[in-house]
Design a protein around this ligand. Structure first.
Ligand SMILES: O=P(O)(O)OC[C@@H](O)[C@@H](O)c1c[nH]c2ccccc12
Length: 379
């Protein structure tokens, strides 16, 4: 019994840390701690076998077999249709010569490889245990999904707004010369945004965790989404420690088992996860995972960066029934500029929209909200 407990927990923990990529992962110290956490949760509740205790949320025996089979994370990801490979080198990914020199296949892959380097450096400075402690000391999280729901009700069923605080993006470059995140956050809130999305990726979006933290400490009520590329649970604890109420989980990057376990970590921290999909295959994967309450349909492909708002409509036409049955809220993300765009995705059935560029490129991003919706939003 004890052995199977540890085995189950270590499988879960291994799936979470998901590194290095070219071989199965051995139990490392932070992983071991996660295993212990799983174990104590299991011993409290267990009636039958441990796997049964965990399986509704975390593990099925098929998944255990998958992780025990010694497949690499890239092989598992590829089997799920994920094209983003992990590089998992502590040094800069495209360094090296000959066969050792790797070339990313897309911008997203480059971002993920850079993220692996960034996270390993950050973890070296602040290990998981320390970050968990600061997360536990942070002021309690605000209910992101409830704020979306309330804002939509207040505004006669108009989609709620998640307004984005983003200085730059890989395709658009600098969006605003004068970038004061706290000022932007307050004008968004004053003009009816339900929640805010704060970019924290430094290298490709010129964001930062300082921005997240200063916005959180500036007396704002809106719940905050930490907008980053999460590949490791460490980042979720770190986001919470800096005041985030929600995080983004990108299905194009994360295998199913990672999403499951990350959802569980979010729940344990009282955070909401916005699980982002772009195509039908990703949406079907996420719909099979119990516990995803909020799904974002990105109209922008993170592979090619092409935007098409019809993507929201197409996916909801195909899977709207299941989504409604599961009472999942859908957010349409990216490329929304006009009241017609908002009406189009509203008719498709979304509860919220996530908007950056069209607000940030105007002089007062908050006042731009009324232009986007064709009316002022009630605050
Ligand atoms: O600026 P736009 O086109 O309004 O898009 C906002 C948001 O959807 C976009 O920034 C985004 C969606 N998913 C992401 C994942 C990572 C970084 C950024 C994003």
């Amino acid at each position: 019994m004890e052995t199977s407990l540890l085995a189950a927990a270590s499988v879960a923990a291994r799936a979470t840390v998901a590194s290095p990529c070219s071989r199965p992962v051995s139990l490392r110290s932070d992983v071991a701690r996660a295993a212990v956490r799983c174990r104590s949760a299991a011993t409290k509740n267990v009636q039958g076998s441990v796997l049964l205790t965990l399986d509704d949320e975390l593990l099925s025996s098929a998944e255990v077999i998958q992780w025990e089979s010694g497949k690499s994370i890239n092989a598992i990801a590829a089997a799920q249709g994920i094209r983003i490979r992990r590089r998992c080198r502590p040094r800069y990914p495209s360094e090296g010569v000959g066969a050792d020199r790797a070339v990313p296949g897309s911008i997203l892959e480059q971002i993920v490889w850079d993220k692996e380097v960034e996270v390993s450096q950050r973890k070296a400075k602040a290990p998981l245990r320390k970050v968990e402690d600061s997360a536990a000391r942070a002021p309690p999280p605000r209910d992101f999904a409830a704020a979306l729901h309330a804002a939509s009700q207040r505004n006669d069923g108009l989609p709620a707004l998640i307004a984005e605080v983003k200085k730059a993006s890989p395709t658009r470059g600098l969006l605003r010369e004068e970038f004061n995140p706290v000022e932007i956050a307050h004008t968004y809130e004053k003009n009816g945004a339900a929640c805010l999305s704060i970019l924290t990726d430094e290298k490709h979006f010129l964001g930062s965790f300082e921005n997240l933290e200063t916005v959180r400490n500036s007396g704002l009520n809106c719940p905050l989404l930490c907008k980053d590329f999460i590949i490791d649970i460490w980042q979720i604890y770190y986001a919470r420690s800096k005041g985030a109420d929600a995080v983004l989980l990108i299905a194009a990057v994360l295998p199913d088992l990672d999403i499951k376990y990350m959802l569980r970590v979010c729940r344990s921290l009282g955070m909401t996860a916005l699980v982002e999909v772009h195509d039908l295959r990703e949406l079907d994967r996420v719909l099979k995972i119990d516990g995803a309450q909020l799904i974002g349909i990105n109209n922008r492909s993170l592979g090619t960066f092409e935007v098409d708002t019809a993507n929201t409509n197409m996916l909801l036409e195909k899977r709207g029934d299941i989504i409604r049955k599961k009472k999942i809220m859908v957010v349409s993300e990216s490329g929304l500029f006009t009241p017609d765009d908002v009406a189009y995705v509203q008719n498709a059935g979304v509860s919220a929209v996530l908007v950056g560029e069209s607000l940030l490129t105007q002089e007062d991003p908050g006042q731009a909200i009324a232009g986007l919706f064709g009316k002022e939003l009630l605050h």
